[in-house]
Design a protein around this ligand. Sequence first.
Ligand code: SME
Length: 160
Amino acid sequence: MFASQRLNGSKPEQYAQLAEQARALLDGERDRIANAANLSALVAHALPDLNWAGFYFYDGRELVVGPFQGLPACVRIPLDRGVCGAAARTRSTQRVDDVHAVPDHIACDAASRSELVVPLVDGERLIGVLDLDSPRPARFDADDQAGLEAIARLYVDSLR
Ligand code: SME
């Protein structure tokens, strides 16, 4: 059984511990749904002040919601829309301090105030995005971004 460990120390240290837990969770499994489901649960329980944590997968045309923790979400997101679409289209992490200031932000949960979306890319291939939402403005800083980009890399590597 998986026993989640409390994170402690500086933020980078906490993310290093979280990455260790993620590595253990993904070890020996390549199924993209199973790994996304467990990672969503791990992240949602480990990190404070989140109201949504999960995956969207690219189906060759648009993003389709995958495993997540939080309120039911928009099922499909075109690449030219929203923060998730921008992350997928530009293949670069989108860190938004105030989603109300982003005109085409897609509000799945009205409580969301800030958002971090990390693209999932394997070489040239777009797999999808890892999306985190918070009810707290400016919840995500550069340490969160680096930590979640590392978790996203572990996910992509687990599928190989
Ligand atoms: N806010 C996202 C949509 C996904 S939900 O937050 C779960 C966006 O603007 O792309």
